[in-house]
Design a protein around this ligand. Structure first.
Ligand SMILES: [Zn+2]
Length: 372
């Protein structure tokens, strides 16, 4: 194994660790770190860590704690440039220098203009060998939410939409129970790796969903629930409102929505966020996402119906689209899942790269990834 192979192998491991923190570290990025020593030409891992819930402790601190004295003279792979600013705890670069680490391998420079390059510089000034941009493209993918928040002032959005074999999302004022058990499991797993789940008020009224992660042992990983509700029409009897004291629930509404409704929702523990309307009198979805990024949200899983899905895609706000198609047809008229603007955007190769559909239990799942 060459040194380059070892660096990449360790970075791949660090990125896998970083993946574990996704959905739980906002507004901070989820970072992974692996420390290793060379013994007879073979790398031996002596410490590893990833960003803990809420963003602290950092990955480097976790890995250094595990390595103890073995960190002296060791190499460390970190998926993002180590922090250099003094916050609630001393910066990671200081901890790395103090531990006597001999070599630092990173995947990405911190995009925050106040930080970028400073961590690397301090490490080099301390006589540590620094190698940057190792598996950069892979690291950009893992950290897309954090990067978009800093670079484009919006969160990363995964959009999920389920349809019948003949293309309907709902009928007779109700969504259809479309997805199979395996697809549902996958959805609950996806919820846990996002900072927030988002739906429109129509979904709340029609379906009254819980919007929590109900896989065994994962309830505590339920993200924030966000409802797009222009006129504050969310009923106080909705499950998301009744459980708002336990699972954070935010409603994004228009600046002119009724104040008394806001007061009632706040009493139930809901956080109400007001944003401007667009020129057509609809809630400005771009402004809403900008506001969420300002608050610190980096990753959103959108489970709304066709209206919200179309708005997100038309406004170029969705980064990954997942279409779940059941083998059963509705066989009569219903609500079309993929409206014309959404359908044509997904078919446009300049906008999205489509994966071949894969089998998910009884259903088919197709991914569309935004072209950057
Ligand atoms: Zn740090």
């Amino acid at each position: 194994m060459t040194a380059k192979h070892i660096d990449e192998m360790m970075m791949r491991h660090a990125l896998t660790l970083a993946h574990r923190g996704l959905g739980h570290t906002w507004p901070n990025p989820s970072v992974g770190a692996v420390i290793w020593q060379m013994h007879n030409g073979e790398p031996v891992i002596v410490g590893r860590g990833y960003t803990q819930k809420g963003g602290r402790p950092h990955a480097e601190t976790e890995a250094l704690a595990m390595a103890g004295d073995a960190a002296r003279g060791a190499a460390i792979a970190v998926s993002l440039e180590p922090c250099a600013h003094h916050g609630k705890t001393p910066p990671c670069v200081e901890a790395l220098v103090k531990a006597g680490v001999g070599r630092v391998v990173t995947a990405l420079e911190d995009p925050d203009p106040r930080v970028s390059g400073e961590g690397h510089r301090i490490l080099r000034d301390a006589g540590i060998s620094v190698m940057t941009d190792v598996l950069k493209a892979e690291a950009e993918r893992v950290n897309q939410g954090f990067l978009l928040r800093v670079r484009e002032q919006r969160p990363f959005i995964t959009l999920k939409l389920a349809q019948t074999a003949d293309g309907f999302a709902g009928a007779d004022g109700k969504p259809l129970m479309i997805s199979c058990a395996m697809s549902k499991h996958r959805v609950h797993l996806a919820r846990a790796s996002h900072d927030a789940i988002m739906v429109g008020v129509g979904t709340i009224i029609a379906d009254d969903p819980d919007l929590t992660c109900r896989l065994p042992g994962m309830m505590h990983l339920s993200p924030i629930r966000i409802i797009i509700d222009t006129h504050l029409d969310t009923p106080s009897t909705a499950r998301v409102i009744e459980t708002a004291a336990k699972v954070p629930t935010w409603i994004i509404t228009a600046e002119d929505a009724a104040v008394d409704r806001e007061t009632n929702l706040k009493r139930e523990g809901v956080q109400v966020i007001r944003v401007q309307k667009d020129s057509q009198g609809h809630l400005d979805i771009k402004a809403a996402m900008r506001r969420l990024a300002e608050i610190g949200i980096t990753r959103i899983f959108s489970e709304g119906g066709p209206t919200l899905a179309e708005a997100l895609v038309v406004n170029r706000l969705s980064d990954c689209v997942e279409i779940i198609t059941s083998p059963e047809a509705l066989g009569r008229a219903g609500y079309v899942a993929l409206r014309p603007a959404l359908k044509s955007a997904l078919a446009d190769e300049k906008l999205f790269v489509a994966s071949p559909p894969h089998v998910m239990g009884r259903d088919h799942l197709q991914y569309f990834e935004r072209v950057r």
